[in-house]
Ligand binder design. Structure first.
Ligand SMILES: N[C@@H](CCC(=O)N[C@@H](CS)C(=O)NCC(=O)O)C(=O)O
Length: 222
């Protein structure tokens, strides 16, 4: 039995989407437990009772006695043990693209987005008498670090998708992993000029598995 602990507006959408795709392909069943973010936008304490990291996603596989965290790892795990006919997995020829984008999405594309979120919070929520200084620091970090990293990394994926429909051959878990980062940037109005990314997002969103994941887990970003 697979149980996904899902947190609203979070990376656990990736795993829900993959479970929906596996369900379509093989009838794989799963239980979905939805947790709500606290008023500080954090995961609720009960998630730390399931895994010490206390963050989403958490997948419990009771058949294999595993409690898993880290979305890229969970995607690889589900493909290895549950994608029996390799319908959502890379082939030997596309494995490099698959592995590269699976890792790159979380280790290079996500960090500047998270940093931007934190800097925005620092600038708007710091005590009023230091707020102008906080805003100036946030703006410096934005121009010195965040903007360039976003332009380089998302630009690279845009270029990669210029002559392909999906990231690694046919649709795979790498598309699911990267989708979250690209959607996060788009939800803040940042995809201007990246036509291939926009078209790929549309292709992802037209999949039935994606639509069922949205029905079950709610919109990814508000
Ligand atoms: N690299 C981890 C990141 C896990 C993570 O930070 N999850 C966020 C959701 S997007 C979370 O649970 N945040 C709530 C918190 O930190 O309390 C992954 O890809 O699974």
């Amino acid at each position: 039995m697979l149980t996904l602990h899902h947190l609203n507006h979070s990376r656990s959408f990736r795993i829900l989407w993959l479970l929906c795709e596996l369900n379509e392909q093989y009838g794989t069943t799963y239980q979905l437990i939805c947790h709500e973010r606290t008023k500080n936008h954090l995961a609720p304490k009960e998630m730390a009772d399931i895994h010490p990291m206390g963050k989403a996603p958490i997948l419990v596989d009771s058949t294999r006695g595993q409690t898993l965290v880290e979305s890229g790892f969970i995607i690889e795990y589900l493909l290895r043990y549950y994608d029996k006919e390799g319908k959502l997995s890379p082939t030997d020829d596309t494995w490099e693209d698959f592995a590269f984008w699976l890792h790159f999405s979380e280790s290079t594309m996500m960090p500047p987005l998270v940093m931007r979120l934190i800097m925005d919070k620092v600038a708007t929520k710091s005590p009023i008498f230091v707020r102008p200084i906080a805003k100036a620091i946030a703006s410096k970090v934005e121009t010195l670090v965040i903007c360039d990293t976003i332009a380089q990394s998302f630009g690279l994926l845009n270029e990669h998708l210029a002559n392909r429909l999906w990231i690694a051959g046919d649709f795979t878990g790498a598309d699911i992993q990267a989708y979250f980062a690209v959607k996060a940037l788009q939800s803040r109005g940042g995809l201007d000029g990246w036509v291939c990314l926009q078209q790929w997002l549309d292709r992802c969103q037209s999949r039935q598995g994606y639509q069922r994941a949205i029905e079950q887990g709610g919109q990814i970003f508000v």
